[in-house]
Write a new protein. Structure first.
Length: 238
Protein backbone atom coordinates (compact mmCIF):
# COMPACT_ATOMS: atom_id res chain seq x y z
CA UNK A 1 0.00 0.00 0.00
CA UNK A 2 1.24 3.49 -0.89
CA UNK A 3 2.73 5.30 2.08
CA UNK A 4 2.69 2.23 4.32
CA UNK A 5 5.46 1.99 6.89
CA UNK A 6 7.87 -0.85 6.07
CA UNK A 7 8.18 -3.57 8.71
CA UNK A 8 11.08 -3.07 11.12
CA UNK A 9 14.26 -4.99 10.39
CA UNK A 10 14.75 -7.68 13.08
CA UNK A 11 17.64 -6.86 15.35
CA UNK A 12 19.73 -9.07 17.57
CA UNK A 13 18.31 -9.00 21.08
CA UNK A 14 20.47 -8.42 24.13
CA UNK A 15 19.84 -12.00 25.19
CA UNK A 16 21.04 -13.36 21.84
CA UNK A 17 24.09 -11.09 21.91
CA UNK A 18 25.05 -12.30 25.39
CA UNK A 19 24.61 -15.89 24.26
CA UNK A 20 26.88 -15.35 21.28
CA UNK A 21 29.51 -13.70 23.48
CA UNK A 22 29.44 -16.66 25.86
CA UNK A 23 29.90 -19.12 22.99
CA UNK A 24 32.78 -17.09 21.54
CA UNK A 25 34.49 -16.94 24.95
CA UNK A 26 34.08 -20.69 25.57
CA UNK A 27 35.39 -21.89 22.19
CA UNK A 28 39.10 -21.12 22.91
CA UNK A 29 38.90 -23.07 26.19
CA UNK A 30 37.32 -26.03 24.44
CA UNK A 31 40.04 -25.78 21.79
CA UNK A 32 42.76 -25.93 24.47
CA UNK A 33 41.03 -28.97 25.97
CA UNK A 34 40.74 -30.64 22.55
CA UNK A 35 44.34 -29.88 21.65
CA UNK A 36 45.40 -31.37 24.97
CA UNK A 37 43.58 -34.61 24.17
CA UNK A 38 45.03 -34.64 20.65
CA UNK A 39 48.55 -34.04 21.91
CA UNK A 40 48.11 -36.76 24.51
CA UNK A 41 46.96 -39.22 21.86
CA UNK A 42 50.00 -38.54 19.68
CA UNK A 43 52.68 -41.15 20.55
CA UNK A 44 55.38 -38.68 19.56
CA UNK A 45 54.44 -36.48 22.54
CA UNK A 46 55.47 -39.09 25.08
CA UNK A 47 53.14 -41.96 25.94
CA UNK A 48 54.98 -44.36 23.61
CA UNK A 49 58.27 -43.52 25.29
CA UNK A 50 56.77 -44.05 28.75
CA UNK A 51 55.19 -47.32 27.62
CA UNK A 52 58.52 -48.55 26.22
CA UNK A 53 60.25 -47.79 29.52
CA UNK A 54 57.52 -49.62 31.45
CA UNK A 55 57.72 -52.68 29.22
CA UNK A 56 61.50 -52.65 29.32
CA UNK A 57 61.55 -52.66 33.12
CA UNK A 58 58.39 -54.79 33.41
CA UNK A 59 56.85 -52.33 35.88
CA UNK A 60 53.61 -50.45 35.33
CA UNK A 61 54.66 -47.88 37.94
CA UNK A 62 57.47 -46.74 35.64
CA UNK A 63 54.88 -45.64 33.05
CA UNK A 64 53.04 -43.38 35.50
CA UNK A 65 56.27 -41.90 36.87
CA UNK A 66 57.53 -41.23 33.33
CA UNK A 67 54.34 -39.47 32.25
CA UNK A 68 54.64 -36.74 34.92
CA UNK A 69 57.91 -35.14 33.72
CA UNK A 70 56.79 -35.67 30.12
CA UNK A 71 53.60 -33.70 30.81
CA UNK A 72 55.60 -31.03 32.69
CA UNK A 73 58.01 -30.58 29.78
CA UNK A 74 55.10 -30.27 27.37
CA UNK A 75 53.42 -27.74 29.67
CA UNK A 76 56.58 -25.61 29.63
CA UNK A 77 56.50 -25.49 25.80
CA UNK A 78 52.83 -24.42 25.87
CA UNK A 79 53.52 -21.86 28.62
CA UNK A 80 56.27 -20.29 26.50
CA UNK A 81 53.78 -20.01 23.64
CA UNK A 82 51.38 -18.26 26.04
CA UNK A 83 54.12 -15.83 27.06
CA UNK A 84 54.75 -15.05 23.38
CA UNK A 85 51.06 -14.23 22.96
CA UNK A 86 51.16 -11.88 25.97
CA UNK A 87 54.27 -10.19 24.63
CA UNK A 88 52.73 -9.97 21.15
CA UNK A 89 49.64 -8.18 22.44
CA UNK A 90 51.90 -5.50 23.91
CA UNK A 91 53.82 -4.68 20.73
CA UNK A 92 51.48 -5.32 17.78
CA UNK A 93 47.76 -5.18 17.08
CA UNK A 94 45.56 -8.22 17.52
CA UNK A 95 44.86 -8.67 13.75
CA UNK A 96 48.60 -8.44 13.04
CA UNK A 97 49.29 -11.07 15.72
CA UNK A 98 46.63 -13.34 14.22
CA UNK A 99 48.04 -12.97 10.69
CA UNK A 100 51.56 -13.60 11.99
CA UNK A 101 50.34 -16.73 13.75
CA UNK A 102 48.57 -17.92 10.59
CA UNK A 103 51.73 -17.39 8.54
CA UNK A 104 53.94 -19.27 11.01
CA UNK A 105 51.49 -22.16 11.24
CA UNK A 106 51.18 -22.36 7.46
CA UNK A 107 54.95 -22.37 6.96
CA UNK A 108 55.61 -24.95 9.69
CA UNK A 109 52.62 -27.07 8.63
CA UNK A 110 53.90 -27.24 5.05
CA UNK A 111 57.37 -28.12 6.33
CA UNK A 112 56.00 -30.95 8.46
CA UNK A 113 53.77 -32.12 5.61
CA UNK A 114 56.81 -32.75 3.40
CA UNK A 115 59.05 -33.97 6.22
CA UNK A 116 56.66 -35.92 8.44
CA UNK A 117 58.84 -39.03 8.22
CA UNK A 118 61.74 -37.33 10.00
CA UNK A 119 61.89 -37.81 13.77
CA UNK A 120 64.20 -35.89 16.13
CA UNK A 121 66.16 -38.21 18.42
CA UNK A 122 67.98 -36.79 21.42
CA UNK A 123 67.95 -39.48 24.10
CA UNK A 124 68.34 -43.21 24.53
CA UNK A 125 66.24 -45.54 26.63
CA UNK A 126 68.25 -45.05 29.84
CA UNK A 127 66.92 -41.74 31.10
CA UNK A 128 66.08 -40.04 34.37
CA UNK A 129 63.13 -37.81 35.21
CA UNK A 130 65.11 -34.70 34.28
CA UNK A 131 65.99 -36.21 30.91
CA UNK A 132 62.33 -36.99 30.26
CA UNK A 133 61.36 -33.42 31.13
CA UNK A 134 63.96 -31.97 28.75
CA UNK A 135 63.14 -34.50 26.01
CA UNK A 136 59.42 -33.70 26.23
CA UNK A 137 60.05 -29.95 26.05
CA UNK A 138 62.31 -30.36 23.02
CA UNK A 139 59.88 -32.70 21.27
CA UNK A 140 56.91 -30.40 21.86
CA UNK A 141 58.94 -27.45 20.58
CA UNK A 142 60.33 -29.29 17.55
CA UNK A 143 56.89 -30.60 16.55
CA UNK A 144 55.27 -27.18 17.00
CA UNK A 145 52.89 -28.11 19.82
CA UNK A 146 53.02 -24.58 21.24
CA UNK A 147 52.63 -23.10 17.78
CA UNK A 148 49.54 -25.23 17.15
CA UNK A 149 47.67 -23.81 20.15
CA UNK A 150 48.51 -20.15 19.44
CA UNK A 151 45.09 -19.34 17.89
CA UNK A 152 43.34 -20.77 20.97
CA UNK A 153 45.68 -18.89 23.31
CA UNK A 154 44.97 -15.63 21.47
CA UNK A 155 41.26 -16.32 21.98
CA UNK A 156 41.81 -17.00 25.67
CA UNK A 157 43.78 -13.76 26.01
CA UNK A 158 40.77 -11.82 24.76
CA UNK A 159 40.40 -9.43 21.86
CA UNK A 160 40.06 -6.37 24.08
CA UNK A 161 43.72 -6.61 25.12
CA UNK A 162 44.87 -5.30 21.78
CA UNK A 163 42.43 -2.36 21.93
CA UNK A 164 42.57 -1.35 25.59
CA UNK A 165 43.75 2.08 26.61
CA UNK A 166 47.11 2.59 28.25
CA UNK A 167 45.63 2.78 31.74
CA UNK A 168 43.61 -0.39 31.28
CA UNK A 169 46.27 -2.35 29.43
CA UNK A 170 48.13 -3.60 32.51
CA UNK A 171 44.96 -4.89 34.17
CA UNK A 172 43.88 -6.60 30.95
CA UNK A 173 47.30 -8.23 30.60
CA UNK A 174 47.14 -9.43 34.20
CA UNK A 175 43.73 -11.02 33.66
CA UNK A 176 44.89 -12.52 30.36
CA UNK A 177 47.97 -13.96 32.06
CA UNK A 178 45.82 -15.70 34.67
CA UNK A 179 43.47 -17.00 31.98
CA UNK A 180 46.34 -18.40 29.94
CA UNK A 181 47.88 -20.04 32.98
CA UNK A 182 44.55 -21.78 33.59
CA UNK A 183 44.39 -22.70 29.89
CA UNK A 184 47.87 -24.27 30.06
CA UNK A 185 46.84 -26.27 33.14
CA UNK A 186 43.62 -27.40 31.43
CA UNK A 187 45.54 -28.38 28.29
CA UNK A 188 48.17 -30.29 30.25
CA UNK A 189 45.55 -32.06 32.38
CA UNK A 190 43.69 -33.26 29.28
CA UNK A 191 46.95 -34.39 27.70
CA UNK A 192 48.05 -36.28 30.82
CA UNK A 193 44.66 -37.99 31.13
CA UNK A 194 44.66 -39.17 27.51
CA UNK A 195 48.35 -40.17 27.60
CA UNK A 196 47.84 -42.19 30.76
CA UNK A 197 44.70 -43.90 29.48
CA UNK A 198 46.28 -44.77 26.14
CA UNK A 199 49.50 -46.09 27.68
CA UNK A 200 47.58 -48.13 30.26
CA UNK A 201 45.32 -49.75 27.66
CA UNK A 202 48.22 -50.67 25.38
CA UNK A 203 50.30 -51.94 28.32
CA UNK A 204 47.51 -54.02 29.83
CA UNK A 205 45.83 -55.35 26.70
CA UNK A 206 48.20 -55.33 23.76
CA UNK A 207 51.85 -54.43 24.32
CA UNK A 208 54.08 -52.94 21.64
CA UNK A 209 53.24 -55.76 19.19
CA UNK A 210 49.95 -54.08 18.26
CA UNK A 211 51.84 -50.96 17.18
CA UNK A 212 53.72 -52.99 14.59
CA UNK A 213 50.48 -54.36 13.14
CA UNK A 214 48.19 -51.32 13.47
CA UNK A 215 50.34 -48.20 13.32
CA UNK A 216 48.70 -44.84 12.60
CA UNK A 217 50.86 -42.20 10.95
CA UNK A 218 50.36 -39.43 13.49
CA UNK A 219 53.10 -37.28 11.98
CA UNK A 220 51.06 -36.81 8.82
CA UNK A 221 47.92 -36.12 10.89
CA UNK A 222 49.96 -33.64 12.95
CA UNK A 223 51.04 -31.76 9.83
CA UNK A 224 47.43 -31.53 8.64
CA UNK A 225 46.36 -30.30 12.11
CA UNK A 226 48.96 -27.50 11.87
CA UNK A 227 47.53 -26.45 8.50
CA UNK A 228 43.99 -26.49 9.93
CA UNK A 229 45.19 -24.32 12.83
CA UNK A 230 46.69 -21.92 10.27
CA UNK A 231 43.30 -21.67 8.52
CA UNK A 232 41.58 -21.01 11.86
CA UNK A 233 44.09 -18.25 12.70
CA UNK A 234 43.46 -16.65 9.28
CA UNK A 235 39.68 -16.80 9.83
CA UNK A 236 40.14 -15.14 13.24
CA UNK A 237 42.15 -12.36 11.60
CA UNK A 238 39.41 -11.81 9.02
Amino acid sequence: MKGATPPPIPSVTRHESVGQDVIVSIVPWLAMLGFGAFHGLNPGMGWLFALSLGLQQQRERVIWLSLLPIAAGHALAIALAAMLVLFGTKVISLPALQWLTAGLLLAFGLYKLFNYYRHPRWVGMKVGLGDLFLWSFLMATAHGAGLMVLPALIGVAGGDVGHAGHGEHASHLGASGVNMLLAVILHTGAMLLVMGGTAWIVYRKFGLAILRRHWINFDLIWAIALLIAAAVAAMMAL
